[in-house]
Design a protein around this ligand. Structure first.
Ligand SMILES: Nc1ncnc2c1ncn2[C@@H]1O[C@H](COP(=O)(O)OP(=O)(O)OP(=O)(O)O)[C@@H](O)[C@H]1O
Ligand SMILES: [Mg+2]
Length: 497
Protein backbone atom coordinates (compact mmCIF):
# COMPACT_ATOMS: atom_id res chain seq x y z
CA UNK A 1 0.00 0.00 0.00
CA UNK A 2 1.34 3.40 -0.87
CA UNK A 3 1.41 6.19 1.67
CA UNK A 4 0.74 8.82 -0.99
CA UNK A 5 -2.62 10.31 -1.87
CA UNK A 6 -5.53 7.96 -1.15
CA UNK A 7 -7.37 6.72 -4.26
CA UNK A 8 -10.54 7.80 -2.57
CA UNK A 9 -11.54 10.08 0.25
CA UNK A 10 -14.84 11.19 1.75
CA UNK A 11 -14.59 14.31 3.90
CA UNK A 12 -17.18 15.39 6.44
CA UNK A 13 -20.07 13.61 4.75
CA UNK A 14 -23.55 14.01 6.22
CA UNK A 15 -26.86 12.71 4.95
CA UNK A 16 -30.32 13.64 6.13
CA UNK A 17 -33.52 11.86 5.13
CA UNK A 18 -36.12 14.35 6.26
CA UNK A 19 -35.84 14.38 10.05
CA UNK A 20 -33.54 11.32 10.10
CA UNK A 21 -29.78 11.87 10.25
CA UNK A 22 -28.36 8.79 8.55
CA UNK A 23 -24.78 10.10 8.45
CA UNK A 24 -23.17 12.86 10.42
CA UNK A 25 -19.75 14.31 9.50
CA UNK A 26 -18.16 11.02 8.41
CA UNK A 27 -14.67 10.97 6.87
CA UNK A 28 -12.96 7.88 5.42
CA UNK A 29 -10.06 7.23 3.06
CA UNK A 30 -9.15 4.30 0.85
CA UNK A 31 -5.62 3.50 -0.29
CA UNK A 32 -4.49 1.67 -3.38
CA UNK A 33 -4.63 -2.10 -2.84
CA UNK A 34 -6.47 -1.68 0.44
CA UNK A 35 -9.48 -3.54 1.77
CA UNK A 36 -11.23 -1.17 4.14
CA UNK A 37 -14.16 -2.60 6.07
CA UNK A 38 -17.01 -0.52 7.40
CA UNK A 39 -18.86 -2.14 10.29
CA UNK A 40 -21.76 -1.11 12.49
CA UNK A 41 -25.15 -2.21 13.78
CA UNK A 42 -28.22 -2.31 11.57
CA UNK A 43 -29.11 1.25 10.66
CA UNK A 44 -25.65 2.64 11.50
CA UNK A 45 -25.35 4.24 8.05
CA UNK A 46 -23.07 1.81 6.21
CA UNK A 47 -25.18 1.41 3.06
CA UNK A 48 -25.98 5.11 2.99
CA UNK A 49 -22.26 5.96 2.98
CA UNK A 50 -21.55 3.41 0.25
CA UNK A 51 -24.47 4.65 -1.84
CA UNK A 52 -23.02 8.15 -1.65
CA UNK A 53 -19.56 6.92 -2.66
CA UNK A 54 -20.92 5.18 -5.76
CA UNK A 55 -23.19 8.03 -6.83
CA UNK A 56 -26.55 6.43 -6.00
CA UNK A 57 -27.24 9.08 -3.34
CA UNK A 58 -26.12 12.68 -3.05
CA UNK A 59 -24.62 13.76 0.29
CA UNK A 60 -26.39 16.56 2.16
CA UNK A 61 -22.99 18.05 3.00
CA UNK A 62 -19.40 16.93 2.55
CA UNK A 63 -16.84 16.35 -0.17
CA UNK A 64 -15.68 13.37 -2.21
CA UNK A 65 -12.17 13.18 -3.64
CA UNK A 66 -10.78 10.75 -6.21
CA UNK A 67 -6.95 10.68 -6.38
CA UNK A 68 -6.99 13.85 -4.28
CA UNK A 69 -9.26 15.76 -6.67
CA UNK A 70 -12.65 16.96 -5.54
CA UNK A 71 -15.49 15.40 -7.49
CA UNK A 72 -19.30 15.36 -7.66
CA UNK A 73 -21.41 12.40 -8.69
CA UNK A 74 -24.86 13.21 -9.98
CA UNK A 75 -25.64 9.64 -11.05
CA UNK A 76 -23.90 6.25 -10.66
CA UNK A 77 -22.50 6.60 -14.19
CA UNK A 78 -20.37 9.54 -12.99
CA UNK A 79 -18.83 7.36 -10.28
CA UNK A 80 -18.33 4.51 -12.77
CA UNK A 81 -16.45 6.86 -15.04
CA UNK A 82 -14.02 7.42 -12.17
CA UNK A 83 -13.63 3.69 -11.65
CA UNK A 84 -16.04 3.10 -8.75
CA UNK A 85 -18.47 0.15 -8.82
CA UNK A 86 -20.80 -1.38 -6.23
CA UNK A 87 -22.19 -4.83 -5.54
CA UNK A 88 -25.20 -3.57 -3.56
CA UNK A 89 -26.80 -5.10 -0.49
CA UNK A 90 -30.14 -5.52 -2.24
CA UNK A 91 -30.50 -7.66 -5.35
CA UNK A 92 -30.69 -5.31 -8.28
CA UNK A 93 -30.73 -7.48 -11.41
CA UNK A 94 -33.15 -7.85 -14.32
CA UNK A 95 -34.81 -11.21 -13.58
CA UNK A 96 -35.85 -11.95 -17.15
CA UNK A 97 -32.41 -11.47 -18.64
CA UNK A 98 -29.64 -14.05 -18.56
CA UNK A 99 -26.71 -13.98 -16.17
CA UNK A 100 -24.33 -12.87 -18.93
CA UNK A 101 -26.70 -10.14 -20.11
CA UNK A 102 -27.01 -8.80 -16.58
CA UNK A 103 -23.27 -8.75 -16.08
CA UNK A 104 -22.65 -6.86 -19.31
CA UNK A 105 -25.76 -4.69 -19.21
CA UNK A 106 -24.97 -1.30 -20.72
CA UNK A 107 -21.45 -2.38 -21.60
CA UNK A 108 -21.99 -4.59 -24.66
CA UNK A 109 -18.93 -5.03 -26.82
CA UNK A 110 -18.75 -4.18 -30.51
CA UNK A 111 -19.55 -1.06 -32.50
CA UNK A 112 -22.48 1.21 -31.85
CA UNK A 113 -24.58 -0.37 -34.57
CA UNK A 114 -23.78 -4.03 -34.01
CA UNK A 115 -23.39 -5.59 -30.64
CA UNK A 116 -20.94 -8.48 -30.63
CA UNK A 117 -22.96 -10.85 -28.46
CA UNK A 118 -20.39 -13.60 -28.63
CA UNK A 119 -17.59 -11.41 -27.30
CA UNK A 120 -19.94 -9.88 -24.74
CA UNK A 121 -20.96 -13.29 -23.47
CA UNK A 122 -17.38 -14.56 -23.36
CA UNK A 123 -16.31 -11.54 -21.37
CA UNK A 124 -19.18 -11.95 -18.91
CA UNK A 125 -18.37 -15.64 -18.51
CA UNK A 126 -14.73 -14.88 -17.78
CA UNK A 127 -15.65 -12.50 -14.98
CA UNK A 128 -18.32 -14.81 -13.63
CA UNK A 129 -15.94 -17.75 -13.47
CA UNK A 130 -13.49 -15.79 -11.41
CA UNK A 131 -16.21 -15.47 -8.80
CA UNK A 132 -18.06 -18.77 -9.22
CA UNK A 133 -17.70 -21.86 -11.39
CA UNK A 134 -21.12 -23.39 -11.02
CA UNK A 135 -23.41 -20.67 -12.35
CA UNK A 136 -24.51 -21.05 -15.97
CA UNK A 137 -23.99 -17.72 -17.78
CA UNK A 138 -26.92 -18.43 -20.10
CA UNK A 139 -29.39 -19.14 -17.27
CA UNK A 140 -32.13 -16.62 -16.56
CA UNK A 141 -31.41 -14.69 -13.37
CA UNK A 142 -34.91 -15.49 -12.08
CA UNK A 143 -33.95 -19.18 -11.95
CA UNK A 144 -31.02 -18.57 -9.61
CA UNK A 145 -30.96 -18.72 -5.85
CA UNK A 146 -30.48 -15.57 -3.85
CA UNK A 147 -26.86 -16.52 -3.15
CA UNK A 148 -26.14 -17.05 -6.84
CA UNK A 149 -27.74 -13.70 -7.67
CA UNK A 150 -25.47 -12.08 -5.13
CA UNK A 151 -22.45 -13.64 -6.86
CA UNK A 152 -23.68 -12.38 -10.25
CA UNK A 153 -23.84 -8.85 -8.82
CA UNK A 154 -20.26 -9.21 -7.66
CA UNK A 155 -19.15 -10.40 -11.10
CA UNK A 156 -20.98 -7.45 -12.60
CA UNK A 157 -19.16 -4.98 -10.36
CA UNK A 158 -15.80 -6.63 -11.09
CA UNK A 159 -16.50 -6.71 -14.83
CA UNK A 160 -16.46 -2.92 -14.93
CA UNK A 161 -12.70 -3.15 -14.31
CA UNK A 162 -13.28 -0.61 -11.56
CA UNK A 163 -10.37 0.46 -9.37
CA UNK A 164 -12.62 0.76 -6.35
CA UNK A 165 -15.23 -1.88 -5.66
CA UNK A 166 -17.80 -1.65 -2.89
CA UNK A 167 -19.09 -4.91 -1.43
CA UNK A 168 -22.20 -4.29 0.68
CA UNK A 169 -22.78 -7.51 2.64
CA UNK A 170 -21.71 -9.86 -0.17
CA UNK A 171 -21.44 -12.92 2.06
CA UNK A 172 -24.76 -12.57 3.88
CA UNK A 173 -26.37 -15.15 1.61
CA UNK A 174 -23.35 -17.42 1.22
CA UNK A 175 -22.36 -20.62 3.01
CA UNK A 176 -18.79 -21.35 4.09
CA UNK A 177 -17.60 -22.75 0.79
CA UNK A 178 -18.72 -19.82 -1.37
CA UNK A 179 -17.67 -17.42 1.35
CA UNK A 180 -14.15 -18.86 1.30
CA UNK A 181 -13.97 -18.52 -2.49
CA UNK A 182 -15.25 -14.96 -2.44
CA UNK A 183 -12.82 -13.83 0.24
CA UNK A 184 -9.83 -15.15 -1.73
CA UNK A 185 -11.22 -13.45 -4.81
CA UNK A 186 -11.35 -10.09 -3.01
CA UNK A 187 -7.86 -10.63 -1.57
CA UNK A 188 -6.67 -11.18 -5.13
CA UNK A 189 -8.24 -7.94 -6.35
CA UNK A 190 -6.34 -6.11 -3.64
CA UNK A 191 -3.08 -7.80 -4.59
CA UNK A 192 -3.61 -6.56 -8.14
CA UNK A 193 -3.76 -3.03 -6.75
CA UNK A 194 -7.52 -2.58 -6.80
CA UNK A 195 -9.19 -1.28 -3.64
CA UNK A 196 -12.36 -2.23 -1.80
CA UNK A 197 -14.82 -1.02 0.77
CA UNK A 198 -16.20 -4.09 2.48
CA UNK A 199 -19.31 -4.44 4.64
CA UNK A 200 -20.27 -7.48 6.67
CA UNK A 201 -21.83 -8.51 9.95
CA UNK A 202 -19.58 -11.57 10.04
CA UNK A 203 -16.84 -10.20 12.22
CA UNK A 204 -14.42 -13.10 11.76
CA UNK A 205 -14.17 -12.53 8.03
CA UNK A 206 -13.89 -8.76 8.55
CA UNK A 207 -10.86 -9.29 10.72
CA UNK A 208 -9.30 -11.74 8.31
CA UNK A 209 -9.86 -9.72 5.15
CA UNK A 210 -9.34 -6.10 6.17
CA UNK A 211 -6.31 -3.88 6.19
CA UNK A 212 -8.35 -1.35 8.13
CA UNK A 213 -11.73 -1.32 9.88
CA UNK A 214 -13.92 1.72 10.41
CA UNK A 215 -16.78 1.57 12.90
CA UNK A 216 -19.98 3.58 12.48
CA UNK A 217 -22.56 4.05 15.18
CA UNK A 218 -25.79 6.04 14.70
CA UNK A 219 -24.35 7.66 11.59
CA UNK A 220 -21.11 8.74 13.23
CA UNK A 221 -17.52 7.59 12.82
CA UNK A 222 -16.68 6.15 16.24
CA UNK A 223 -13.38 4.41 15.63
CA UNK A 224 -10.80 2.95 13.31
CA UNK A 225 -9.05 -0.34 14.05
CA UNK A 226 -6.19 -2.32 12.58
CA UNK A 227 -6.94 -6.03 12.12
CA UNK A 228 -4.65 -6.74 15.09
CA UNK A 229 -6.70 -4.46 17.33
CA UNK A 230 -9.99 -5.77 16.04
CA UNK A 231 -10.91 -8.46 18.51
CA UNK A 232 -14.52 -9.48 18.43
CA UNK A 233 -15.12 -7.83 21.77
CA UNK A 234 -13.53 -4.55 20.67
CA UNK A 235 -15.58 -4.44 17.48
CA UNK A 236 -18.88 -5.26 19.20
CA UNK A 237 -18.20 -2.73 21.96
CA UNK A 238 -17.51 0.05 19.48
CA UNK A 239 -20.52 -0.83 17.34
CA UNK A 240 -22.95 -0.96 20.26
CA UNK A 241 -21.35 1.69 22.45
CA UNK A 242 -21.19 -0.77 25.35
CA UNK A 243 -19.50 -4.11 26.08
CA UNK A 244 -21.19 -7.21 24.65
CA UNK A 245 -23.41 -9.43 26.73
CA UNK A 246 -21.29 -12.34 27.74
CA UNK A 247 -21.96 -16.00 28.27
CA UNK A 248 -23.99 -18.33 26.13
CA UNK A 249 -27.66 -18.50 26.92
CA UNK A 250 -28.41 -21.33 29.32
CA UNK A 251 -29.02 -24.62 27.54
CA UNK A 252 -32.24 -26.29 28.37
CA UNK A 253 -33.66 -29.75 28.13
CA UNK A 254 -36.76 -30.16 26.04
CA UNK A 255 -39.38 -31.36 28.46
CA UNK A 256 -41.30 -33.55 26.07
CA UNK A 257 -40.49 -36.16 23.49
CA UNK A 258 -43.83 -35.55 21.80
CA UNK A 259 -43.40 -35.38 18.03
CA UNK A 260 -45.16 -32.54 16.24
CA UNK A 261 -43.93 -32.94 12.70
CA UNK A 262 -42.74 -36.21 11.27
CA UNK A 263 -41.18 -36.52 7.84
CA UNK A 264 -40.82 -40.00 6.38
CA UNK A 265 -38.96 -40.93 3.21
CA UNK A 266 -39.71 -37.59 1.58
CA UNK A 267 -38.29 -37.39 -1.97
CA UNK A 268 -38.52 -35.04 -4.90
CA UNK A 269 -36.65 -35.61 -8.15
CA UNK A 270 -33.45 -33.56 -8.56
CA UNK A 271 -33.96 -31.89 -5.18
CA UNK A 272 -33.77 -34.34 -2.26
CA UNK A 273 -34.32 -37.98 -1.48
CA UNK A 274 -35.50 -40.17 1.34
CA UNK A 275 -35.57 -37.52 4.05
CA UNK A 276 -36.74 -38.78 7.43
CA UNK A 277 -36.74 -36.93 10.73
CA UNK A 278 -39.01 -35.91 13.60
CA UNK A 279 -39.48 -32.45 15.09
CA UNK A 280 -40.44 -32.41 18.76
CA UNK A 281 -42.79 -30.06 20.53
CA UNK A 282 -40.91 -27.00 21.74
CA UNK A 283 -37.78 -27.97 19.87
CA UNK A 284 -35.52 -25.83 17.72
CA UNK A 285 -34.08 -28.03 14.99
CA UNK A 286 -31.22 -26.51 13.02
CA UNK A 287 -30.61 -27.44 9.39
CA UNK A 288 -27.10 -27.09 8.04
CA UNK A 289 -25.75 -27.69 4.55
CA UNK A 290 -24.22 -25.99 1.55
CA UNK A 291 -26.20 -24.06 -1.01
CA UNK A 292 -27.72 -26.70 -3.25
CA UNK A 293 -27.91 -29.26 -0.45
CA UNK A 294 -31.70 -29.25 -0.72
CA UNK A 295 -32.42 -27.38 2.53
CA UNK A 296 -34.74 -24.78 1.07
CA UNK A 297 -36.32 -27.26 -1.35
CA UNK A 298 -37.22 -29.52 1.58
CA UNK A 299 -38.80 -26.61 3.45
CA UNK A 300 -40.83 -25.54 0.43
CA UNK A 301 -42.09 -29.07 -0.07
CA UNK A 302 -43.19 -29.49 3.55
CA UNK A 303 -44.94 -26.11 3.20
CA UNK A 304 -46.97 -27.25 0.19
CA UNK A 305 -45.23 -24.95 -2.29
CA UNK A 306 -44.05 -28.01 -4.23
CA UNK A 307 -45.23 -31.64 -4.37
CA UNK A 308 -43.23 -34.60 -3.10
CA UNK A 309 -42.73 -37.57 -5.43
CA UNK A 310 -42.68 -39.98 -2.52
CA UNK A 311 -42.85 -40.04 1.24
CA UNK A 312 -45.11 -38.70 3.91
CA UNK A 313 -45.48 -35.82 6.35
CA UNK A 314 -47.42 -36.17 9.59
CA UNK A 315 -48.59 -33.34 11.79
CA UNK A 316 -49.48 -34.38 15.35
CA UNK A 317 -49.65 -37.96 14.14
CA UNK A 318 -52.06 -37.27 11.27
CA UNK A 319 -50.83 -37.64 7.68
CA UNK A 320 -51.06 -34.29 5.89
CA UNK A 321 -50.61 -33.38 2.29
CA UNK A 322 -50.64 -29.66 1.65
CA UNK A 323 -51.58 -28.76 -1.90
CA UNK A 324 -50.72 -25.13 -1.32
CA UNK A 325 -48.98 -22.90 1.24
CA UNK A 326 -52.41 -21.60 2.24
CA UNK A 327 -53.41 -25.07 3.46
CA UNK A 328 -50.15 -25.37 5.38
CA UNK A 329 -50.69 -21.98 7.04
CA UNK A 330 -54.25 -22.96 7.98
CA UNK A 331 -52.89 -26.13 9.59
CA UNK A 332 -50.35 -24.06 11.54
CA UNK A 333 -47.24 -24.76 9.48
CA UNK A 334 -45.50 -21.57 8.47
CA UNK A 335 -42.49 -21.06 6.25
CA UNK A 336 -40.53 -17.82 6.29
CA UNK A 337 -38.56 -17.85 3.03
CA UNK A 338 -35.03 -16.64 2.49
CA UNK A 339 -36.11 -14.37 -0.35
CA UNK A 340 -38.00 -12.21 2.09
CA UNK A 341 -37.58 -9.07 0.05
CA UNK A 342 -39.24 -10.27 -3.16
CA UNK A 343 -41.88 -12.38 -1.46
CA UNK A 344 -42.47 -10.33 1.60
CA UNK A 345 -42.46 -6.59 1.24
CA UNK A 346 -45.08 -4.09 0.17
CA UNK A 347 -42.88 -1.07 -0.47
CA UNK A 348 -45.70 1.44 -0.61
CA UNK A 349 -47.10 0.51 2.77
CA UNK A 350 -45.94 1.58 6.21
CA UNK A 351 -43.85 -0.51 8.56
CA UNK A 352 -46.91 -1.26 10.70
CA UNK A 353 -49.03 -2.30 7.74
CA UNK A 354 -46.28 -4.48 6.33
CA UNK A 355 -45.81 -6.21 9.63
CA UNK A 356 -49.43 -6.84 10.42
CA UNK A 357 -50.73 -7.61 6.96
CA UNK A 358 -51.02 -11.41 7.17
CA UNK A 359 -52.52 -11.22 10.64
CA UNK A 360 -55.18 -8.58 10.15
CA UNK A 361 -57.83 -11.26 10.68
CA UNK A 362 -56.70 -11.54 14.29
CA UNK A 363 -57.51 -7.96 15.07
CA UNK A 364 -61.25 -7.74 14.84
CA UNK A 365 -63.36 -4.89 16.11
CA UNK A 366 -63.52 -1.27 15.24
CA UNK A 367 -60.91 -0.04 12.88
CA UNK A 368 -59.23 2.41 15.22
CA UNK A 369 -59.14 -0.14 18.02
CA UNK A 370 -57.69 -2.71 15.71
CA UNK A 371 -55.04 -0.27 14.63
CA UNK A 372 -54.02 0.55 18.17
CA UNK A 373 -53.76 -3.07 19.19
CA UNK A 374 -51.89 -3.98 16.06
CA UNK A 375 -49.41 -1.17 16.47
CA UNK A 376 -48.81 -2.04 20.09
CA UNK A 377 -47.96 -5.63 19.28
CA UNK A 378 -45.76 -4.76 16.33
CA UNK A 379 -43.93 -2.25 18.44
CA UNK A 380 -43.42 -4.67 21.32
CA UNK A 381 -41.84 -7.30 19.07
CA UNK A 382 -39.78 -4.76 17.16
CA UNK A 383 -38.32 -3.30 20.32
CA UNK A 384 -37.47 -6.78 21.54
CA UNK A 385 -35.51 -7.39 18.36
CA UNK A 386 -33.76 -4.05 18.73
CA UNK A 387 -35.20 -2.64 15.54
CA UNK A 388 -34.22 0.94 14.82
CA UNK A 389 -37.01 3.06 13.42
CA UNK A 390 -38.50 6.47 13.61
CA UNK A 391 -42.24 5.88 13.40
CA UNK A 392 -44.21 2.76 12.54
CA UNK A 393 -46.12 4.92 10.10
CA UNK A 394 -43.00 5.48 7.96
CA UNK A 395 -42.74 3.51 4.70
CA UNK A 396 -40.91 0.20 5.17
CA UNK A 397 -38.36 1.09 2.49
CA UNK A 398 -36.98 3.85 4.70
CA UNK A 399 -35.54 1.21 7.04
CA UNK A 400 -32.02 -0.21 6.71
CA UNK A 401 -31.77 -3.74 5.27
CA UNK A 402 -31.35 -5.44 8.64
CA UNK A 403 -34.19 -3.52 10.22
CA UNK A 404 -36.58 -4.51 7.43
CA UNK A 405 -35.73 -8.13 8.21
CA UNK A 406 -36.67 -7.70 11.84
CA UNK A 407 -40.12 -6.41 10.97
CA UNK A 408 -40.78 -9.23 8.55
CA UNK A 409 -39.78 -11.74 11.19
CA UNK A 410 -42.04 -9.94 13.67
CA UNK A 411 -44.87 -10.25 11.19
CA UNK A 412 -44.64 -14.03 11.15
CA UNK A 413 -44.15 -14.32 14.87
CA UNK A 414 -47.54 -12.64 15.29
CA UNK A 415 -49.27 -15.66 13.81
CA UNK A 416 -50.41 -18.61 15.85
CA UNK A 417 -48.39 -21.49 14.49
CA UNK A 418 -47.47 -25.01 15.54
CA UNK A 419 -44.44 -25.31 13.31
CA UNK A 420 -42.36 -22.41 12.09
CA UNK A 421 -39.75 -23.02 9.40
CA UNK A 422 -37.32 -20.12 9.07
CA UNK A 423 -34.89 -19.91 6.20
CA UNK A 424 -31.81 -17.86 7.15
CA UNK A 425 -33.69 -15.82 9.78
CA UNK A 426 -30.79 -13.65 10.92
CA UNK A 427 -29.07 -13.05 7.63
CA UNK A 428 -27.81 -9.47 7.48
CA UNK A 429 -28.62 -8.85 11.12
CA UNK A 430 -25.99 -7.42 13.47
CA UNK A 431 -24.54 -9.50 16.30
CA UNK A 432 -26.45 -7.94 19.16
CA UNK A 433 -29.81 -8.05 17.40
CA UNK A 434 -29.11 -11.65 16.43
CA UNK A 435 -28.75 -12.51 20.07
CA UNK A 436 -32.13 -10.87 20.75
CA UNK A 437 -33.86 -12.72 17.91
CA UNK A 438 -32.49 -16.00 19.17
CA UNK A 439 -33.90 -15.34 22.61
CA UNK A 440 -37.26 -14.43 21.09
CA UNK A 441 -37.27 -17.78 19.27
CA UNK A 442 -36.33 -19.64 22.41
CA UNK A 443 -39.04 -17.92 24.38
CA UNK A 444 -41.66 -18.81 21.77
CA UNK A 445 -40.77 -22.48 22.09
CA UNK A 446 -40.99 -22.30 25.86
CA UNK A 447 -44.10 -20.15 26.23
CA UNK A 448 -46.17 -21.26 23.26
CA UNK A 449 -44.71 -24.72 22.74
CA UNK A 450 -43.89 -23.70 19.21
CA UNK A 451 -41.57 -26.00 17.25
CA UNK A 452 -39.07 -24.29 15.00
CA UNK A 453 -36.87 -25.40 12.13
CA UNK A 454 -34.02 -22.96 11.49
CA UNK A 455 -32.16 -23.27 8.21
CA UNK A 456 -28.88 -21.39 8.41
CA UNK A 457 -25.62 -21.03 6.54
CA UNK A 458 -23.91 -19.95 9.70
CA UNK A 459 -22.90 -22.89 11.83
CA UNK A 460 -22.17 -20.59 14.72
CA UNK A 461 -25.79 -19.53 14.72
CA UNK A 462 -27.04 -23.12 14.69
CA UNK A 463 -24.71 -24.02 17.53
CA UNK A 464 -26.13 -21.07 19.48
CA UNK A 465 -29.82 -21.56 18.89
CA UNK A 466 -30.61 -25.17 17.98
CA UNK A 467 -31.35 -28.13 20.25
CA UNK A 468 -30.38 -30.57 17.50
CA UNK A 469 -28.74 -29.98 14.13
CA UNK A 470 -29.63 -31.86 10.98
CA UNK A 471 -26.92 -31.92 8.31
CA UNK A 472 -27.85 -32.15 4.64
CA UNK A 473 -25.64 -32.75 1.65
CA UNK A 474 -26.62 -33.14 -1.97
CA UNK A 475 -30.26 -33.77 -1.19
CA UNK A 476 -29.75 -36.32 1.57
CA UNK A 477 -29.61 -36.24 5.36
CA UNK A 478 -26.10 -37.01 6.55
CA UNK A 479 -26.94 -37.09 10.21
CA UNK A 480 -28.65 -35.40 13.14
CA UNK A 481 -26.45 -34.24 16.00
CA UNK A 482 -27.42 -33.14 19.51
CA UNK A 483 -26.32 -29.63 20.32
CA UNK A 484 -24.24 -30.88 23.24
CA UNK A 485 -22.24 -33.18 20.94
CA UNK A 486 -21.90 -30.75 18.03
CA UNK A 487 -18.79 -28.84 16.99
CA UNK A 488 -18.18 -26.76 13.90
CA UNK A 489 -15.55 -29.21 12.62
CA UNK A 490 -17.76 -32.19 13.33
CA UNK A 491 -20.64 -30.69 11.35
CA UNK A 492 -18.36 -29.80 8.44
CA UNK A 493 -16.94 -33.30 8.35
CA UNK A 494 -20.43 -34.77 8.39
CA UNK A 495 -21.52 -32.52 5.53
CA UNK A 496 -18.52 -33.47 3.42
CA UNK A 497 -18.55 -37.20 4.21
N1 LIG B 1 -34.62 6.35 1.88
C1 LIG B 1 -34.59 6.54 3.19
N2 LIG B 1 -35.53 7.29 3.81
C2 LIG B 1 -35.50 7.50 5.14
N3 LIG B 1 -34.57 6.98 5.96
C3 LIG B 1 -33.61 6.23 5.41
C4 LIG B 1 -33.56 5.97 4.01
N4 LIG B 1 -32.48 5.19 3.76
C5 LIG B 1 -31.89 4.97 4.95
N5 LIG B 1 -32.56 5.60 5.95
C6 LIG B 1 -32.21 5.60 7.38
O1 LIG B 1 -30.83 5.86 7.51
C7 LIG B 1 -30.25 5.07 8.54
C8 LIG B 1 -29.05 4.31 8.02
O2 LIG B 1 -29.48 3.31 7.12
P1 LIG B 1 -28.46 2.37 6.33
O3 LIG B 1 -29.26 1.62 5.33
O4 LIG B 1 -27.33 3.18 5.84
O5 LIG B 1 -27.97 1.39 7.49
P2 LIG B 1 -26.93 0.16 7.42
O6 LIG B 1 -25.80 0.51 8.34
O7 LIG B 1 -26.61 -0.17 6.03
O8 LIG B 1 -27.78 -1.00 8.13
P3 LIG B 1 -27.95 -2.58 7.76
O9 LIG B 1 -26.85 -3.29 8.48
O10 LIG B 1 -29.27 -2.94 8.37
O11 LIG B 1 -27.92 -2.74 6.29
C9 LIG B 1 -31.36 4.20 9.08
O12 LIG B 1 -31.86 4.74 10.25
C10 LIG B 1 -32.40 4.21 7.99
O13 LIG B 1 -33.69 4.06 8.53
MG1 LIG C 1 -27.01 -1.79 4.80
Amino acid sequence: MSSSVPVFEARGVSKLFGPVTALSDVSVTLNRGEIHSIIGENGAGKSTLMNIICGRLAPTTGTLLVDGNETHFRVPKDAQAQGIAIAPQEINLVPDLTVAENIMLGRQLGGAARIDWKATRANATRHLHQVDHTIDPSAKVSALSKAQQQLVQIARAAATEARIIIFDEPTATLTYREEEALLSYIENLAREGRSAFYISHRLEEVRRLSHRITVLRDGRHVGELTPEEATRERMVTLMAGRPPKTGAQPRREIATTETVLEVQGLSRAHEFRDLSFALRKGEILGVSGLIGSGRTEMAKCIFGATRADAGQVRLNGQPVRFDSPLQAIQAGVIYLPEERKQEGIFPLLSIAENTALPTLDRFTGLLHLRNREMLAEVERLAIQMKAKFNSLKDPIVSLSGGNQQKFIIARWLMRDAKVLIMDEPTRGIDVNAKFEIQSVLRRLTEERGLSIIVISSEMEELLDVADRILVMHEGAIKGIVNRSDATQEGLLRLAMS
